[in-house]
Write a new protein. Structure first.
Lengths: 566, 356, 431
């Protein structure tokens, strides 16, 4: 009866999947990722990307509870899978009809067509593609037929296998110093994991997950409930202790490159903690945060460089306070004119400040004093007695100390009277003022504290690179920092760390996909926000707010009122 | 205004000093440029050139700014991806239409038809990209906190940039200008570059058209109603989602037109071309008073003119080297100045304060 | 459902660290000892070879270590070029040059050559991170990069300290090969700004008889350096710089800038910028009254077909300085360009693919010179030996000219030529 409407779903998702498959092919992702093995000799990343479209299309082609029979479900999967392949087949035919297609679409290469047709020529290849995608669609549809008890472990197993395959290069980087070559050769292929490893990981993951759902979770829960409060507290302390120990020894495990990545992440955490005060606590949207980072870096550079531009030529430690103070002062000075602006006006004006600083730094006007386009070279490194900080490992601890300091200050401020004032300000300026909160000092304090952390980050950044160029201080840094605190969860301290790991760490690790890194970054931002608008690790207050508005379905204005009253 | 800040007169003093310094600098620079002859000497014609160039650049900013301001007016969100709507139209129409028309000679034979065709493709692409973005990245987040759609907008901006780079490559793509649009026209005894005249003319037409659309048509009324209050509008039988989509589409259409005009003026398109104009147009929208359509137009034109005339007039007069490099400094300083005087922008409504 | 997916992703991330941790703790000292032990036992079993050229895998006597390439394994090179952001076309173009060089060169002593491309982001931090990643892989023999001088400064330090070596195809900043600042592992096939800027000034003053010139740069270290050197040299020769202006690299409306410059009355306008801004300036200059008859000139940053394609008509007659003989030799047009078009699908988008090609060949040839093959087919490449071989490169015929390295790592052919655009082609006219 409702057969036709049910199939319309399969058609719709099939076509969507087809367009996605066509897009990833036409923009060159399939071809670029095809050189990268997930499982050596079995599956490349490009194939995974291509095939997953049909799988997912098939999965969504029908829904439980629509009264679809198993055969009907598989049929729908088949339709979706075939439809996924149709745009690709069109692309294949198009390349035959229009040999110069590359003049317009640079990434529609013969190599791509070979991947799509499995090297079997246009006609046979297209047919194979249709069959393969159709089968994948059926598999995708069949997946939903399974009971959840089977589904979940399977999904975990697949994700683990693919995830480890994807990150095999990083794993190799970590394992290489410790492991004999023969073992690595057994585990890892040329650019992925070997089929044997894949199977082992899959089986292990499935088994562990099945056990966990069947037994472990329950048992753990029971143990947790049975535990006396004092033990629970001890356990939490132990966990925190372990975490700290883990963070402290991390550089030894990770090796130089990953420590370098950790340094980059740490720098962003430091900036994120600062911006979190401005945006997360006080609710002042700042898009020019990079300005203070630049000021911190340039003050450090000028004070410690051994080059011609140097003034003072003092040590890192002596220059550090100057960097921070300069950034703080800048924060106050830039904060004054925007005191009366709100929301998006504030955003654009702060963005303007960031741009002004960047343009001034690169300008010929200031070149005699701060180096202009040629930047500052030979910036001093921190030194304790005879020990000079050179390696990423050394800076790791310096940055860690900075982050801890910033986190501590944020945490103390948040729970102190000042933090309450900030939050009142965030909720409603007028009410806050009516309650007797001094807007000026409260706002300036937020700007100043935020700027100080950013300046600190900048100073460390300059010393770590030992050279700075104006190009490093562009708007994208501000955008990145803002994104990471919102993705992490606005106002939440652990959220900053999680956000930085996801938005700075992950793209760094995926450097090999450089051409598509920012595309994936963009997609990641969208997907994360769609799935978790409150952020990955939201602060309790914010989580409550969001749930409130979700539950009550009240209008926006009313929600805002609720916020301000809360 | 100092009612709200009565306990802090020194802030007011600071702001006055700030304003005074900037105004003195501007006046000093202008005077020394015009009357004391610091730096290069410019003739009246040169000044007119600066001005016209700024106006045509400003027209483009204005067209793009419309999209920002309309979306802001209705959703109160900064649509960071708007610059990419502009880029997508320009890129697609150049690669898929203009290049072929030029190669076949049709462009020079039938310039008007060709340009209309190119513009149509550009508009369609921009609208498709905009609607897709709105559907996927913004609509599900209507009720989310205000910063969340800002982040998805940033994400969409990155995504589209690199999507189109993958599609059409990272090379600079030449935009073919019809022969009949090259060179100059003489109007009122003054010579103007033809492309500039076309840009300004098209912008004026588009603006008038848009204004009439918003003021006179039923859809326009629906847009204004939704901008005023979404829930009440919904109660009045207006399909809010559809109206928002239409708003996005109109903004994107303007961006699509701007994309083609951009190609005409600068003769090249690139996957990164949306970013800087996007920021500038956003600035222009705030400058004029975000949410207001005439404001966006005025802000865009002013920004363009300040960027073109500011460096030679104020900065060279002050004896600053590399003056043109600092045009962004002037533009943003002016913005700050305007916003200190009038926090709601040049012709923005006071309501901005309540909702922003 | 949503939550489950998120949890999955998060747990995956976490797992990465856990795996890292577990692997490390379990096998830290023991495994490395075992590793050494197994290696020594392997070599003990094999009979030492008498042939001097095919020595054993263990005989690494290089002061800063060797790369050991097992039989059948590829020889790893890395590149760190800008392949994201607004300068993409610059770095991607170089990367194609590197890949083509590797393809054309073929195997070295039975080992394929493989490239690990990294992104230098055209920034100091990008250079630092990519260099750090490269030196963390002991199999990588050498690096081609960076694209931008700003990235080159920190990268040179890291690469050199780790005993690796890098050859940059497009760093031009004088600081990098300044005797006081030069890092031992740093070489380049791009022209030092000092040479190129001075050559253009010489050409303009002596050959064209120009006395009043103007220069424009875009705030990039490359263009700012060239413009500065040009101005200084031109003034030294006795000429006058009537305008020294700057514009943002992503600028759009350059008309006011050019109008300003025109008012200063130069006879010659030098803008050593990259293609996007370069073609914008060239196209706009044609529309500016005051610039009629003013001679336009750029540097090697615009010497590319993509520039010509974007400036049909307007670039006619303008000059560009650059490597000698670059785009008119037979190998380039018959072999290289077709390979490039095949790979990229477009004409070259920047000029430095040629330098990258030469840089890669330089490295490959040096590897061939110093690699020692063990009896089992294991290849041993001494890092210091490789550096020495690279510095000893002399008289190598590349597509950018004759490549000879000096002790500071400058390898580009010192002969700078000036080309003129004639009938839509760069034609060499000087010297």
């Amino acid at each position: 009866m409702a057969q036709s409407t049910n199939f319309s779903k399969a058609v719709r998702y099939g076509l969507i999947a087809g367009v996605v498959a066509l897009s990833v092919s036409a923009i060159g992702m399939v071809e670029t990722f095809d050189v990268r093995d997930i499982i050596t000799g079995v599956l490349t990343l490009g194939q995974l990307l291509l095939f997953s479209t049909a799988l997912i299309g098939g999965y969504f082609s029908w829904k439980k509870g629509e009264g679809v029979t198993p055969v009907g479900a598989l049929l729908r999967g088949l339709v979706a899978g075939l439809l996924t392949a149709v745009p690709l087949v069109f692309l294949i035919i198009l390349t035959v009809l229009w040999p110069d297609i590359r003049d317009s679409f640079v990434n529609v290469t013969p190599a791509l067509i070979n991947i799509l047709t499995f090297d079997q020529g246009t006609v046979t290849g297209s047919l194979i593609l249709l069959v393969v995608m159709g089968v994948l669609g059926v598999i995708g549809a069949a997946f939903d037929l399974l009971s959840e008890r089977i589904q979940k472990p399977l999904l975990y197993g697949l994700l683990w296998m693919l995830g480890i395959g994807l990150l095999s290069e990083i794993l190799l980087l970590i394992l290489r110093p410790y492991s004999p070559r023969a073992l690595l050769a057994l585990l890892f292929g040329d650019k992925g994991i070997t089929p044997a490893t894949a199977v082992v990981i899959f089986v292990l993951a499935v088994a562990i997950n099945a056990w966990w759902t069947a037994r472990g979770k329950e048992a753990a829960e029971r143990r947790r409930i049975a535990r006396p409060p004092s033990t629970a507290k001890q356990l939490r302390r132990l966990n925190i202790g372990l975490l700290i120990a883990f963070i402290l020894i991390l550089p030894f495990i990770m090796g130089t490159y990953l420590t370098e990545v950790a340094d980059v992440v740490g720098t962003f955490v430091l900036m994120g903690l600062g911006l979190n005060i401005v945006v997360g606590f006080a609710g002042l949207l700042d898009l020019g945060y990079v300005a203070f980072f630049a000021i911190g870096a340039y003050v450090m550079g000028l004070l410690t460089t051994q080059g011609d531009l140097g003034i003072g030529g003092i040590s890192f430690w002596a220059a550090l306070p100057f960097s921070v103070i300069a950034a703080t002062l800048a924060g106050i000075i830039l904060g004054v004119p925007v005191l009366r602006m709100r929301g998006d006006y504030l955003a654009i004006v702060t963005l303007g400040f960031g741009e002004i600083i960047r343009v001034l730094v690169v300008s010929d006007l200031l070149k005699p004093y701060i180096g202009g386009a040629q930047g500052i070279l030979q910036i001093g490194k921190p030194q304790i007695l005879d020990f000079v900080f050179v390696q990423p490992e050394h800076f790791y601890y310096l940055i860690l100390a900075g982050c801890l300091l910033a986190a501590f200050v944020s945490w103390r401020f948040r729970d102190a009277r000042l933090g309450r004032r900030w939050m009142a300000l965030r909720e409603d300026e007028d009410v806050a003022e009516a309650m007797g909160i001094r807007l000026v000092s409260t706002k300036l304090m937020a700007f100043a504290t935020g700027a100080a952390f950013s300046g600190l980050a900048g100073a460390i950044f300059a010393s770590r690179l030992s050279s700075i160029f104006p190009h490093s201080f562009n708007l994208l840094i501000s955008i990145n920092v803002l994104s990471l605190i919102i993705v992490g969860g606005l106002g939440s301290l652990p959220g900053v760390v999680v956000g930085a790991l996801v938005l700075v760490g992950l793209p760094e690790l995926l450097r090999e996909f450089a051409e598509y890194r920012l595309l994936l970054y963009g997609a990641l931002l969208i997907v994360t926000m769609l799935l978790r608008p409150e952020g990955l690790w939201p602060s309790p207050v914010r989580r409550r707010e969001l749930h409130e508005s979700q539950m009550e379905h009240i209008s926006e204005d009313e929600t805002e009122e609720v916020h301000s009253l809360a | 205004m100092s009612q709200r800040f009565k306990d802090i007169d020194y802030i007011g003093v600071f702001l006055w000093v700030f304003r005074a310094i900037i105004i003195v600098l501007v006046i000093y620079g202008t005077v020394s440029k015009l009357f004391l002859g610091v730096g290069n000497e410019y003739t009246i014609e040169t000044w007119i050139d600066f001005f016209v160039s700024g106006l045509s650049q400003g027209s483009l900013y204005a067209l793009i700014a419309l999209g920002y301001t309309m979306v802001y007016g209705i959703l109160f969100m900064i649509n960071f991806a708007h610059g990419e709507f502009f880029m997508s139209g320009a890129m697609t129409s150049t690669v898929l239409v203009a290049t072929f028309l030029s190669a076949s000679g049709f462009l020079d034979a039938q310039p008007l038809v060709s340009m209309l065709l190119i513009t149509a493709v550009s508009i369609i692409t921009s609208i498709s990209v905009a609607l897709l973005t709105e559907r996927i990245a913004y609509r599900p987040l209507r009720r989310a906190p205000r910063l969340v759609p800002l982040i998805t907008a940033i994400g969409a901006s990155f995504f589209w940039q690199y999507f189109f780079r993958g599609l059409f490559g990272s090379a600079l793509i030449p935009f073919p200008v019809p022969e009949s649009l090259q060179g100059r026209w003489t109007i009122f005894g003054l010579e103007f570059l033809r492309t500039r005249v076309v840009v300004m003319g098209t912008t004026v037409i588009a603006l008038v058209f848009l204004y009439l659309f918003i003021q006179r048509t039923k859809t326009g009324k629906a847009i204004r109603a939704v901008a005023e209050d979404k829930d009440v509008a919904a109660l009045m039988g207006i399909n809010v989602d559809r109206t928002i989509s239409i708003t996005f589409a109109i903004g994107a259409a303007m961006a699509g037109i701007a994309g083609v005009l951009w190609g005409l003026v600068f003769r090249q398109v690139h996957f990164y071309m949306g970013f800087v104009p996007g920021i500038k147009a956003f600035t222009a929208a705030v400058f004029g008073g975000i949410g207001s359509i005439p404001g966006a137009a005025l802000g865009g034109l002013l920004l363009g003119v300040i960027e073109a005339v500011g460096p030679p007039l104020f900065l060279e007069g002050l004896g600053i080297v590399g003056a043109h490099q600092l045009k962004d400094v002037i533009a943003f300083t002016m913005l700050v100045l305007v916003l200190i005087f009038r926090p709601q922008g040049l012709i923005g409504e006071k309501l901005a304060e309540k909702k922003a | 459902m949503k939550r489950a997916t998120l949890l999955l992703v998060l747990s995956l991330l976490l797992a990465l660290f856990l795996v890292a941790c577990g692997g490390g703790e379990a096998s830290e000292p023991a495994a490395s000892e075992a590793n050494e032990a197994s290696e020594t036992s392997e070599t003990a079993v094999e009979a030492p070879s008498t042939d001097s050229n095919t020595s054993d895998a263990v005989s690494c006597d290089d002061p800063i270590g060797c790369v050991e390439v097992a039989p059948g394994d590829p020889i790893m090179l890395a590149s760190a070029l800008v392949i994201s952001g607004p300068n993409t076309e610059l770095g991607l173009d170089s990367q194609y040059g590197v890949e083509i060089a590797i393809d054309l060169h073929g195997d070295i002593m039975g080992h394929p050559v493989e490239l690990q491309p990294e992104d230098d982001g055209c920034s100091a931090e990008g250079g630092q991170t990519s260099a750090q990643k490269i030196v963390s892989n002991p199999q990588i023999v050498a690096m081609i990069g960076t694209s931008c001088s700003g990235a080159g400064v920190p990268a040179a330090k890291i690469i050199s300290d780790a005993g690796y070596v890098m050859v940059s195809p497009s760093n031009t900043s004088p600081a990098l090969t300044d005797p006081e600042l030069h890092e031992p592992g740093y070489l380049r096939t791009a022209h030092n700004d000092k040479i190129q800027g001075a050559a253009m000034a010489d050409f303009a003053y002596n050959e064209l008889g120009i006395r009043k010139a103007a220069a424009i740069h875009d705030g990039d270290p490359y263009t700012e350096g060239l413009a500065t050197v040009f101005s200084d040299s031109f003034k030294e020769l006795g000429g006058e710089i009537v305008a020294f202006e700057a514009e943002a690299a992503d600028a759009t409306n350059v008309e006011p800038l050019l109008t300003s410059v025109a008012a200063a009355g130069p006879e010659f306008l030098y803008f050593p910028v990259f293609i996007p801004l370069g073609s914008l300036i060239t196209n706009t200059a044609a529309d500016i009254d005051g610039l009629d008859g003013v001679i336009l000139a750029g540097a090697d940053g615009i010497q590319s077909p993509s520039f010509l394609e974007n400036t049909v008509g307007t670039s006619e007659g303008m000059y560009a300085s650059g490597p000698d003989l670059s785009f008119s030799n037979a190998f380039y047009t018959d072999t290289f360009l077709p390979a490039y078009m095949e790979k990229a699908g477009t004409e070259p988008t920047a000029p430095f693919h040629a330098h990258a090609f030469d840089a890669t060949n330089m490295v490959l040839m040096a590897i061939e010179q110093v690699a020692k093959e063990g009896s089992d087919g294991t290849l041993l490449i001494g890092r210091q030996a490789l550096r020495d071989a690279l510095y000893a490169t002399s008289g190598m015929e590349g597509i950018t000219g004759t490549i000879t390295c000096d002790e500071n790592g400058d390898c580009a052919d010192p002969k700078i030529s000036v080309s003129q655009v004639q009938d839509g082609e760069f034609v060499r006219i000087w010297p």
